[in-house]
Design a binder for this molecule. Structure first.
Ligand code: FRU
Length: 545
């Protein structure tokens, strides 16, 4: 079956065809980055899932290897679902993954490389003493999955966290083992929260509260750390995370009071981003995040295209120096794909003005822009009684709705007459009492495509949400920056150096390939200055599977 390339990304990770979902078992081992992922061998919808496997020297160019795991044993014949890798001293890398049996019961299994000295880790064995964890009578056997990378503690135990739920309570169970074979569930879950539903793909890792430049490995035992617990919520299809404290003795995680635990929590990405997973990169001392972006197109069109799903550009993860949230930035290696380059400096944009960024290929580009806003005099007052969520606020205050300071930002994947466009922008409000800014960031897919909706069911309609999040900045120097990685049907945007990240998937009919344009705009009464803008063509990696 042929693959339609009109909206196919140029520099995002993707196999030649078919459906993909979660990134699995990312690891750096013997000079190679490994990425496994959920893959349908037979088509462009979810099903027939195996662990596909690719390796890379640089997180940019990828080589596909044979699949690592596929259903073959009683403990995984109904599915080989998500999981992780742990490098166990003396043994090498070990996969923990969820197997589904013929009765749809989920359990945790392990697999070991046939030859741990092979940097490619081509062949994987599932020992016969699997599974390592079965749901007991207190648990929900159809909601028990996605084991995390395990960590070793001074008390001589390995620990891994597994996602689950009981009724509507989301749960993260913790298991302990001395030998990585016999695992025992701790008496209490490491954490749980009512009314959040199934916790898919939990991720649990430490961050430094004194070093804001390097990542930490899971077994780091120094003081001065906080922990991050991230979960993916299957009902709403988004993730949230909290910062908190991990009490090793009690094996409990307690979120800080100031990071909400539940639907309104912080997110790695406020857009199309799910089932993410981090790993510690020994080569560069950083924690790197992989996340999956599903298509937002109709299922029918996914099938016609012959492919669905991409992995987003890996991002480094650090604690923000305010210690209240994480910050994310595309790994530096991606900059090796930057080609033709143009720049703009000190360019004033008045209200209603739109300036074209010419001289690059707007459908496949990397754009960084720093805006100088200066005074917040004209900023609209942020009404504290506003109970609107960012998403709803962006829906009302779209890119065309005149404001005081903003909306201003980028117009990506646009036709010159704006029949189609995906704006990524800020709108700066201010607090009535102390005049501190309250910054809204939007990535609005509503005007992205002229394609007509096909039918009454969600799967028959394109998903074009007004994704949004607040950006926690004081703008003391009057500046705010925005970077967007644009890749045909992907717009991955980083506000204020990664404080707020939003990814949209869009499918323009006209604004494609060489007919796509890129602009900088301002629809606020106060003029803003493009202090600097750097934009590059992005080249295709030499090898992508
Ligand atoms: C998340 C998820 C996981 C599961 C896998 C199955 O997208 O539902 O919970 O392990 O995908 O493909």
């Amino acid at each position: 079956k042929s693959v339609n390339h009109l909206h196919r990304p140029g520099f995002h990770f993707q196999p030649p065809k078919n459906w993909i979902n979660d990134p699995n078992g990312p690891v750096y081992y013997k000079g190679l980055y490994h990425l496994f992922y959920q893959y349908n061998t037979k088509g462009a919808v979810w099903g027939n899932i195996i662990w596909a496997h690719s390796v890379s020297k640089d997180l940019v160019n990828w080589e596909a290897l044979e699949p690592a795991i596929h259903p073959s044993k009683w403990f995984d014949i109904g599915g080989t679902w998500s999981g992780s890798i742990t490098i166990v001293p003396g043994k090498g890398p070990i996969i923990l993954y969820t197997g589904v049996n013929k009765n749809q019961t989920q359990m945790q299994n392990y697999a070991i490389p046939e030859d741990p000295s092979d940097p490619y880790l081509r062949k994987w064995i599932k020992p016969d003493d699997n599974p390592i964890a079965m749901p007991d009578y207190t648990m929900n056997g159809s909601a028990f999955r996605d084991p995390t990378t395990a960590w070793f503690s001074k008390d001589g135990h390995w620990r891994t966290v597994v996602g689950s739920r009981i009724k509507h309570r989301g749960i993260a169970y913790i298991y302990r083992s001395r030998d990585f074979k016999h695992w025992v569930k701790a008496k209490h879950p490491i954490h749980s929260k009512q009314s959040t539903g199934m916790w898919e793909c939990p991720d649990f890792f430490p961050v430094s509260i004194t070093d804001f430049e390097n990542g930490l490995d899971l077994d780091y035992t120094g003081a001065n750390t906080k922990h991050v617990l991230k979960v993916s919520l299957d009902i709403t299809r988004y993730e949230y995370y909290t910062l908190g404290k991990y009490d090793l003795k009690k094996d409990r995680y307690i979120p800080d009071g100031n990071t909400p635990d539940g639907w309104d929590g912080l997110r790695f990405d406020y857009g199309n981003f799910y089932a993410s997973k981090t790993f510690f990169d020994y080569k560069k001392n950083r924690r790197v995040l992989w996340g999956w972006a599903n298509e937002s197109d109709t299922v029918q069109d996914d099938i016609m295209k012959g492919w669905a799903g991409i992995q987003l550009i890996p991002r480094t993860v650090l604690l923000d120096s305010n210690k209240k949230q994480l910050v994310f930035w595309p790994v530096e290696e991606i900059e090796s794909l930057r080609g033709n380059y143009i720049r703009m400096n000190n360019h004033n944009i008045k209200m209603g003005q739109r300036i074209e960024v010419k001289g690059i290929t707007p459908a496949q580009a990397d754009v960084e822009v720093t805006f100088y806003v200066g005074s917040l005099e004209k900023a609209e007052i942020f009404d504290p009684s506003f109970t609107l969520k960012p998403f709803e606020l962006c829906k009302i205050k779209g890119s065309n709705v005149t404001g005081g300071v903003g909306p201003f930002g980028l117009i990506t994947l646009a036709t010159p007459d704006l029949e189609e466009y995906t704006p990524v922008f800020f709108r700066v409000f201010k607090n009535a009492s102390n005049h501190k800014p309250k910054v809204l960031m939007c990535s609005d897919a509503r005007p992205s495509s002229l394609k007509q909706d096909q039918g009454p069911l969600a799967k028959d309609r394109m998903y074009k949400p007004s994704f949004a999040g607040f950006v926690d900045v004081d703008m003391a120097d009057g500046r705010i920056s925005l970077r967007s990685l644009i890749d045909h049907s992907v717009v991955e945007s980083f506000g204020a150096l990664g404080k707020t990240v939003i990814t949209s998937r869009v499918y323009p009919v006209k604004a494609v390939q060489e007919n796509a344009h890129l602009y900088v705009f301002n629809n606020g009464t106060q003029s803003v200055t493009i202090e600097s803008l750097n934009a590059w063509n992005m080249q295709r990696p030499l090898q992508m599977n």
